[in-house]
Design a protein around this ligand. Structure first.
Ligand code: FVH
Length: 292
């Protein structure tokens, strides 16, 4: 059993606190709107009058607030910093790799151990064996509390001592998710515009995932292996993609579909061709996406 000082009782904070309580931990919780912390007393939590009171008698502190601005406003209070000295601070608020690194440096400079966590799940699956939360920072402290982290998410993993690594992987996975979600919106717009009937639509759905999986895995492998130059290994050149992409833009235009998504992707293809890469592999576009 661990005594935890927990800051935040929003949707995610409440799910995290309830899971910690269910696993027998002693949780002192503070929330800006006190009623949300008080509601957790029904599950065994101890509502705290302030963040420093929540952390004072705790072994570790866990933060899950809206953003780093809200988190910093609490953590950097002198009384809270005093309460945190010598303890592990686990940041489960979403942020960028930079804010994670800045906070990790601030924490270690002020006598704390630090783990930055990226929750790859919604509140309803916290505590599930399938739930993934990535952590980066102090490996010894992750290993010391690995059981507690596994209770929050069965697929949780330590990804490295660079404080920003968990957030970086989170950002990459979110980019992957939004790319797929926006692509799905585009596909649905075409299906709706072409008045595809329910039976045809039902036949379309099983085709989607295999296409996504194969394309994304092949592309990641090619980018990793540097196989982006036009050679006999190229399956589809940028010119071939651009020619096929032209049909997508035709449908979008003819059917009056919002062209923001297809215009964005089309401009990447066009700029690569303008720079003479028409015969290179589609994977070459990764160089265009990379920082200049
Ligand atoms: N919900 C989700 O599915 C995602 C999954 C991935 C990770 N996120 C991150 O978790 C953080 C909290 O998200 P949330 O969904 O729980 O958000 P809310 O329900 O809106 O709760 C926000 C809490 O933050 C407190 N808060 C907001 N502003 C301040 C402030 N200026 N000072 C102090 N506390 C503040 C808020 O307090 P109150 O409004 O109840 O008084 C809540 O406790 C977030 O980083 C997600 O990206 C969740």
């Amino acid at each position: 059993m661990t005594t935890i000082g927990f800051l935040g009782a929003g949707r995610m904070g409440t799910a995290l606190v309830r899971t910690l309580l269910k696993n027998g931990h002693n949780v002192h919780v503070w929330n800006r709107t006190a009623a949300k912390a008080e509601a957790l007393a029904a599950f065994g939590a101890v509502p705290a009058s302030g963040p420093e009171a929540a952390i004072a008698g705790a072994d570790i502190a866990i933060v899950n607030l809206l953003d780093y601005a809200a988190s910093d406003a609490q953590l950097r209070k002198p009384a809270v910093m005093q309460a945190l000295k010598g303890k592990l601070l686990v940041q489960l608020t979403s942020g960028s790799p930079k804010t994670a690194r800045d906070t990790g440096t601030w924490a270690t400079d002020n006598g704390m151990a630090y783990l930055d966590g990226a929750i790859m799940a919604t509140p309803n699956v916290i505590g599930s064996s399938e739930t993934l939360i990535l952590y980066s920072g102090s490996r010894p402290h992750y290993e010391k509390h690995a059981t507690l982290f596994a209770e929050l998410g069965g697929k949780s993993a330590f990804v490295g001592e660079d404080f920003g690594k968990a957030s970086a992987l989170d950002s990459a996975l979110l980019a992957q998710m939004w790319g797929t979600l926006f692509g799905t919106l585009q596909a649905l717009a075409i299906i709706r515009a072409e008045s595809i009937d329910a039976e045809t639509y039902a036949g379309f759905l099983p085709l989607v995932q295999p296409v996504i999986d194969a394309a994304e895995q092949d592309l990641m492998q090619r980018v990793r292996d540097g196989r982006d130059r036009g050679d006999d290994d190229t399956l589809a050149s940028i010119a071939a993609h651009s020619a096929a992409f032209h049909h997508l833009r035709e449908i979008v235009r003819e059917r009056g579909i919002n062209s923001a998504i297809s215009d964005a992707f089309g401009s990447l293809l066009e700029s690569a061709i303008a720079k003479g890469h028409q015969d290179d592999d589609f994977a070459m576009l990764a160089r265009f996406m990379a920082a200049a």
